[in-house]
Structure formats: structure tokens, C-alpha cells
Design a binder for this molecule. Structure first.
Ligand code: SF4
Length: 344
């Protein structure tokens, strides 16, 4: 069992409370970290503010419960489990990350990682925030095996050197020309994302399962299925563009531009606003296809559960023959932000 730190920096929390001086605080956390939410609830009350615990899903640092906090009159939010994602929020947010304390599960993999890397001597590493405390040690251990190991600086929605998110691989992209391959410490979810943003091979290293796996085949299957969805979308006449209410996913401006683009091509388009995008939420609509401007991973991981195409904005541009599929493959399927800016 890997030990996830569920402690928090009391001094930093105290300093945030002093600075923000909230009368009421809302505390949100993903499943698995609810015990820490309970401890923070006690801490906030002892400090002298009223505290509420949210039980709503908390998918990422993009998912800040601003509406819920405003509904209960909270003047600040404590968000547990993710690194800071947004540089500006409507209410002050204290992010409390959760980090794995023990290096051993990762250290135990150094030999098998070195053997899997083989002749890929220049390696760009990306870590999920939970493993970041061990970035420097792991880089040293791989260097000692004869590899040149690089970590990129944060950009986009990232906060730390070497960090990656399921929707943001800016740190890896910044070092792409300098490396032979990427190595992602985290899960298949995170490594697959890296394999979808670059043509460089990506090795997954999962300290939980002790698995080491190249992601090329999985990425190829996903890309083939995405192209199939693009061709289905081309036959659609009535399309709905989904906009998420979550602060870090809200892209109404992009949705409106896509709507105009679709209308200009003779397609009917509507905009649907949603908090959680599920098959149930969409099941009663009669649209031929959907565009997903929310979390891009919904279109990758959840497409199979939707009976209609759920295209990413960049895939819509391919369907409308505004850009080529080859261009997407070169730039990366999940690099929506840069392509989004090209139509904004
Ligand atoms: S947008 Fe999706 S992948 Fe990115 S942080 Fe949010 S939940 Fe995670």
C-alpha cells in the first residue's frame, strides 16, 4: 500500500486564514481525502470561522466549488488534493496538495525502468503532483544509470517543475526537441495523455502497480477511434456544444466561436451548459453529435459510453477541414489551448 500524505501545513493554512479572514469557509476534496476535509473543518472552526464540507465530486484543480461556496455564503474555499490550476478565482482558494511520502515504490522500479528505456538515452520526465516530492531523487537515480534526464518548467495550468496534468503537458512539450522519449510517473491515464500530445514515445511508470509500459499501442488505438468519430461528425446536421460550469473548464467564448463556425458551414448548433457531463444528462436530446469544450479527457476516456460523437474543439476543426489531422497529430490531440487560440 502506498502511503499518501494526508497532512497539511498548519502554518500555511493559518496564514491563509489570517490573510483572507473569512467568516465562512467551504472545504472540498476528492474521494480518498475526505478524512483530511474533516480535520480541516475542525481546524477552521478552532481558528474562529464557520466551516462547511462539500461532498460534491472534485475532479481536479479546475473544479473549484465557487457556486456552492457562494450559495452557503463562504468567503473562501479550501481545495484538497490538487495543485493550483487557476491564477485567478472569484473567491480566495487555498490549495492543499497530497503527496506520497515514501520514495521506495518508485525507487524499486529504477532497474526495470532503465531496462525498458534501453537506447532512449535522453529522457523527459513528467510527474503527477502526488509523486513530485521524489522528482529530484528519481532523476538522479536514472542519471546514475547513464541517462540524460530532463524536467520541464511549468506553464499553462501547471504549478511545479516536472508536473503534468491529464489536460496539460506543457512541461513535457517545452523539452520535446531535447529528448528521445517521455517518461510519466503516475497512471495509464496520465501517460496516455502524454502519448497523445507528442509523437515521441512515452513510457508509463506506475509505482502503485509497479508496471512499466510503453503507451504507443494504446495511443494509436485512441487516435484511430478519434478519427472515426470525426468522420461520423461530418455527417451530422444538428450539433450541440457543451460548456462546463466548472471555473477551470468554462470556455463560453470558444463555444460561441465554434457555434458560428458550424453555422457558417450550414450546420445547426446549440450550446448546452452543464456541471457534470454524463450520458444520462444528454440521453434525451436529439442532436446528431456533440462538441466537448469541458475536460478534454471526457472525449478520450468516456466516448465509448456516449452513442454520439463527442468531439474536442480541435477535432471539429479537422471535421470542417479547417486544419489537417496530420497537423493535430504533430501538435498533439490534447493541446487544445493553443489551437483554441487560433480560432479565438
Ligand atoms: S480539465 Fe480534466 S484533466 Fe484537466 S485538471 Fe480538470 S479534470 Fe483533470
Amino acid at each position: 500500500m502506498v502511503d499518501l500524505s494526508v497532512d497539511f501545513d498548519k502554518e500555511a493554512a493559518m496564514e491563509w486564514l489570517r490573510k483572507v479572514s473569512p467568516r465562512r469557509v467551504l472545504i472540498q476534496s476528492p474521494l480518498g481525502l475526505r478524512a483530511l476535509a474533516e480535520r480541516l473543518d475542525k481546524f477552521v472552526k478552532e481558528w474562529g470561522a464557520e466551516s462547511f464540507i462539500s461532498s460534491s465530486p472534485t475532479w481536479g484543480g479546475c473544479d473549484i466549488a465557487v457556486e456552492e461556496a457562494k450559495r452557503v455564503g463562504a468567503e473562501g474555499i479550501i481545495h484538497i488534493g490538487h495543485a493550483p490550476f487557476l491564477s485567478q478565482t472569484e473567491l480566495p482558494v487555498l490549495y492543499i496538495e497530497a503527496r506520497y511520502r515514501d520514495y521506495k515504490p518508485l525507487k524499486d522500479m529504477v532497474e526495470s525502468v532503465a531496462s525498458a528505456l534501453g537506447n532512449h538515452k535522453r529522457v523527459g520526465v513528467g510527474f503527477t503532483v502526488q509523486w513530485l516530492d521524489h522528482l529530484a531523487r528519481f532523476m538522479n537515480d536514472l542519471s546514475a544509470k547513464g541517462f540524460a534526464v530532463l524536467a520541464g518548467e511549468p506553464g499553462g495550468h501547471l504549478s511545479h517543475r516536472g508536473q503534468i496534468l491529464g489536460c496539460d503537458y506543457t512541461s513535457l512539450k517545452s523539452i520535446e526537441p531535447l529528448v528521445d522519449c517521455f517518461l510519466v510517473v503516475g497512471s495509464v491515464f496520465h501517460a496516455l495523455g502524454a502519448a497523445l500530445v507528442s509523437e515521441k514515445p512515452t513510457l508509463m511508470v506506475d509505482p502503485h502497480t509497479q508496471r512499466v509500459e510503453w503507451m504507443g499501442d494504446k495511443a494509436k488505438r485512441i487516435l484511430a477511434s478519434r478519427y472515426h468519430m470525426i468522420t461520423r461528425f461530418q455527417r451530422a446536421r444538428r450539433v450541440a456544444i457543451i460548456v462546463s460550469r466548472k471555473p477551470g473548464q468554462y470556455l463560453m467564448g470558444l463555444a460561441q466561436k465554434l457555434k458560428k463556425l458550424l453555422n457558417d458551414k450550414g450546420m445547426e448548433a446549440a450550446i448546452i451548459v452543464s456541471d457534470e457531463i454524463t450520458t444520462e444528462n444528454l440521453s434525451d436530446f436529439s442532436f446528431d453529435a456533440y462538441v466537448n469544450t469541458a475536460c478534454p479527457r471526457l472525449s478520450i476516456e468516456d466516448q465509448a459510453r456516449f452513442s454520439k460523437p463527442l468531439l474536442l474543439p480541435v477535432e471539429v476543426l479537422v471535421a470542417l477541414e479547417e486544419i489537417s489531422w496530420d497537423e493535430v497529430l504533430r501538435n498533439g490531440l490534447l493541446l487544445n489551448m493553443s489551437l483554441k487560440s487560433s480560432i479565438t
